[in-house]
Write a protein that binds this ligand. Structure first.
Ligand SMILES: Nc1ncnc2c1ncn2[C@@H]1O[C@H](COP(=O)(O)OP(=O)(O)OP(=O)(O)O)[C@@H](O)[C@H]1O
Ligand SMILES: [Mg+2]
Length: 375
């Protein structure tokens, strides 16, 4: 059943634009902290964007500035053509599903959800609340008071409350972090379907890459108060802008290796450690002899019997996981081994002499100093 069919429904979706957004926290007697260092994002009407990044990178600060819960040090925030960065929170037309978001303690969950709708005399409010409660698996919570809810239950109520408010822009900070694994997967799928039905322009903050990759139309990978890359999940995974993004997205983690570029017949290869052989790359702008950092994903590597192709390596150990194997190999002259994901039916033994290969376009080169991608 679609819930966005009554007259609360679908307003025209709005774009959300951030321009050079900065937040410096200063308090007396302490050094100022610039948590957000000039963020630009162009979020399309109805798009779901995930902000993904490590703890402390400025995700919550960014969301709180958009919501109006935190002042902006400088920069601009627009919904459609309307500048909102100086408006009070209540005038911005933004729904927030923050965990700490206040529910009214004396009211049941049902009445908490109905409260805003009734105040606005929305027709079909009860039906809408029922449908959302069904879909977020919270029917058994509806008559309870907020104080008796677990943190996972509170989180679902906060999410439902943000959804029923029908805002043009919806901001969710770690909306599923307290749910157990199976509820989390189901609620995540439902959240995405509901977001599509309502057409809300949505930002979801998470530090869980699986959540980000599965929910988002596009993701903004953040580090140190800066957006490191903004793109579709495939763009971010297949074409990382720098070493940080390559290392943060992907499981098992990308192999990061020191290398030296060698140009033969106009093609760039990289030698790794003091090992025999090299990996071909699709880089075209890297000069012979340049010291680089090489990134290659375990999923993109393959092992074969030692031959003329690829890099000479030795299997150090091999783990049989259910759907694939992981071989850790060593290469002469480098400290960290190269991890290779192998097909389930393959098996390898320690001491086995092998060659590691990877498709040239999946061998990424980065500036050894700055970590920026070299192409
Ligand atoms: N009220 C505040 N006063 C001073 N510094 C703050 C304040 N709020 C956040 N910070 C600092 O700003 C930086 C960014 O914090 P923020 O909460 O935005 O990170 P986050 O990406 O949401 O992290 P997490 O994943 O842990 O929630 C951190 O260094 C934090 O210590
Ligand atoms: Mg946070």
């Amino acid at each position: 059943m679609s819930v966005a069919t009554n007259d609360t429904a679908r307003q025209s979706a709005q774009s959300l634009t951030l321009r050079d957004l900065v937040k410096t926290y200063s308090s007396r007697g302490r050094d100022a902290v610039t948590a957000v260092k000039g963020i630009d994002l162009d979020i399309r009407p109805g798009e779901l964007v995930a902000l993904l990044g490590p703890s402390g990178c400025g995700k919550t600060t960014t969301l709180r500035m958009i919501a109006g819960l935190e002042t902006v040090t400088s920069g601009s925030i627009k919904i459609g053509e309307r500048e909102i960065s100086q408006l009070p929170a209540a005038k911005r037309g933004i729904g927030v599903g923050f965990e700490s978001y206040a529910l009214y303690p004396p009211l049941s969950v049902r009445d908490n959800l109905l409260y805003g709708l009734k105040a606005r005399k929305v027709k079909g409010a009860e039906k809408m609340v029922e449908s959302i409660s069904d879909r977020l698996e919270m029917n058994d919570l509806m008559s309870l008071r907020p104080a008796s809810l677990s943190s996972g239950q509170k989180q679902r109520v906060a999410l439902a409350r943000a959804l029923v408010r029908n805002p043009p822009v919806l901001l969710l900070d770690e909306p599923l972090s307290h749910l157990d694994a199976s509820a989390r997967n189901r609620v995540r799928r439902e959240l995405k379907v509901l977001q599509r039905e309502f057409g809300y322009t949505t930002i979801v903050v998470t530090h869980d890459q699986v959540e980000a990759l599965s929910l988002a139309d596009r993701l903004a990978v953040m580090d140190g108060g800066v957006v490191q890359q903004f793109g579709t999940p495939d763009e971010v995974f297949d074409d990382p802008a720098n070493l940080f993004v390559a290392g943060f997205v992907g499981e098992p983690a990308i192999n990061v290796l020191p290398g030296v570029a060698r140009v033969h017949d106009g093609r760039v290869h990289v030698e790794i450690g003091s090992g025999v052989g090299s990996l071909a790359t699709s880089a075209t702008t890297v000069a012979d002899g340049t010291a680089v950092t090489v990134g290659v994903r375990p999923q993109d590597c393959a092992l074969s019997d030692r031959g003329n192709e690829g890099l000479a390596a030795t299997v150090a150990y091999f783990e049989h996981l259910l759907e694939f194997g992981l071989a850790t190999t060593t290469v002469a002259g480098i400290e960290d081994g190269i991890v290779v994901q192998t097909p389930a039916e393959q098996s390898h033994e320690p001491e086995q002499q092998v060659s590691v290969t990877a498709p040239a376009e999946r061998v990424y080169l980065f500036d050894a100093e700055t970590g920026e991608r070299l192409r």
